[in-house]
Design a protein around this ligand. Structure first.
Ligand SMILES: Nc1nc2c(ncn2[C@@H]2O[C@H](COP(=O)(O)OP(=O)(O)OP(=O)(O)O)[C@@H](O)[C@H]2O)c(=O)[nH]1
Ligand SMILES: [Mg+2]
Length: 454
């Protein structure tokens, strides 16, 4: 871990934007203490004790605000550096004045996105998975997102990857012993033990990779695409699910062109429902682009709702048929117009069909229950998700490849130095997930996704 020392002291609003009773401005770096003293015109307060203070412009002596200040000397702070927190009144004018004054203090500058967390990482306060967990917790909107983010922030995910890496390091040490020592000095069964551990690890990583997608779906939402011909009632269903008029509904075929998304909380899980353009062959360039986007949504979706008008039921329009499958549900729309026509079942082997009417509300509850069941089937598990980002999966795949190569070699017949290289590669790949090794090149990308003040 690098022990970075930063020249600049950074500051930013750590609390939410907009008018509020209290806003928190955080300073981090070696000038934080001097800046706090200059603002209060006093000695530094006792560490970690909330203290009231008049904040004044050091140059003019003019009062900025009455504040509560906190002083966290390094290394016992969020970033591991000297940190000061100013709890001020959360108005635009107070913040504006304070920022103007802070910018005028020697050595201070506004923080970039994610810079506080990056410093915390560089000072060993958080590993990369914990930093990502912190980011996810700040953005969590549903219970499942909160639980997953907190597990990650608390080091659960990092511990899993560290354990795997420890196993590999131990195997590597045993293997290297066979290079450095003579046969008589090496205990019996050493190589067999290594093989047993690496085979078990390969199986475990493989199992986790199968679970790829769950953690990311909890972060980004379980995706549902509404698909079907024009005028079938896709936008009407979207509005019914959102319980507000999000999409334009009209009896003009081809009303929806762009994808319209609504975010729902279903049983504590995040769900993103996407309304799409009606599927049809059209000359109009804009609508054709809409249809292309609809197909893109269908590809990305965890669940496809294939909408069929009761008037055409049980025929499923040609364009919609490719979307039928185990990850789709058929929805028969406008049931209120069915005039006694039977709308159940799609025949033997056909996917289960749900008849609904957004006019009367009929069938909506059963459809929602089916959506909930599908969501839980994919996202619910008693185990925390082992992969919550694409970069975790990439590193795991790379580690698995090296491990698989290692396990494919005859340990007694192969040069231990060559064997060791594969174990080293696997360990390095896993180490990148927590940021223990070789991550300089990706740090900028990871932390720039954070917000300013985090
Ligand atoms: N009677 C009745 N009419 C409905 C129902 N659902 C939708 N409609 C009507 O069907 C027409 C088309 O509805 P939309 O929701 O705009 O259809 P769409 O599938 O989004 O259409 P495009 O955006 O053109 O692809 C509108 O006039 C709606 O009022 C329903 O359950 N019952
Ligand atoms: Mg529409």
């Amino acid at each position: 871990m690098s022990t970075a020392t930063h020249k600049d002291t950074i500051f930013a609003l750590a609390s939410g934007k907009g008018r509020a009773g209290v806003a928190i401005v955080r300073l981090s770096g070696r000038h934080a203490g001097a800046a706090l003293s200059a603002l209060t015109g006093n000695d530094l307060p006792a560490p970690r004790v909330a203290t009231t203070a008049d904040l004044k412009c050091p140059k003019t002596g003019a009062l900025i605000d009455k504040a509560l200040v906190l002083w966290f000397p390094a290394p016992k702070s969020f970033t591991g550096e000297d940190v000061a927190e100013l709890h001020i009144h959360g108005s635009h004018a107070v913040l504006g004045k304070l920022f103007e004054v802070l910018s005028g203090i020697e050595g201070l500058r506004l923080a970039q996105a994610g810079e506080f967390t990056r410093r915390a990482f560089e000072h060993g306060k958080l590993d990369l998975t914990e930093a990502e967990g912190l980011h996810d917790l700040v953005f969590a909107e549903t219970e499942a997102q909160r639980t997953q983010a907190l597990y990650q922030l608390e080091g659960g995910l990092g511990a899993l990857y560290d354990n795997w890496r420890d196993t590999l390091t131990e195997c590597l040490a045993h293997l290297e012993a066979t290079i450095d020592f003579s046969d008589e000095e090496i205990p019996d069964g050493l190589l067999e033990g290594v093989r047993k551990d690496t085979v078990a690890l390969e199986a475990e990583i493989k199992k986790c990779l199968k679970d790829d997608g769950r953690g990311q779906a909890i972060r980004k939402g379980y995706r549902i695409a509404l698909l079907g011909p024009t005028n079938v009632g896709k936008s009407s269903l979207l509005n019914a699910l959102a319980k507000e008029e999000r999409a334009i509904v009209s009896d003009i075929a081809g009303t929806t062109r762009d994808v319209i998304e609504v975010h729902l909380d279903i049983a504590g899980y995040p769900v993103v429902v996407a309304d799409t353009a009606g599927l049809r062959d059209v000359a109009n360039e804009i609508e054709r682009e809409g249809v292309r986007r609809a197909r893109g949504q269908a590809e990305e979706a965890h669940l496809k709702l294939v909408l069929v008008d009761q008037a055409t039921w049980p025929d499923i329009p040609e364009e919609s048929r490719p979307f039928l499958g185990p990850d789709s549900l058929v929805v028969i729309t406008k049931a209120d117009l069915a005039k006694g026509k039977a709308l159940s079942g799609g025949g033997k082997g056909a996917p289960k069909a749900y008849a609904i009417s957004v006019k009367t509300g009929e069938g909506l509850k059963a459809l929602l229950e089916a959506i909930e069941a599908k969501t839980l089937e994919t996202l619910q598990s008693s185990d925390p998700a082992p992969i919550t980002r694409a970069r975790h999966a990439e590193a795991l795949r790379e580690g698995l490849e090296a491990l698989h190569r290692f396990n494919g070699q005859d340990l007694a017949q192969t040069d231990p130095a060559l064997l060791a290289e594969d174990l080293r590669l696997a360990a390095r790949a896993l180490g990148r997930v927590t940021g223990r090794v070789g991550v300089e090149d990706i740090l900028g990308k990871i932390f720039s996704q954070f917000c300013i003040g985090k």
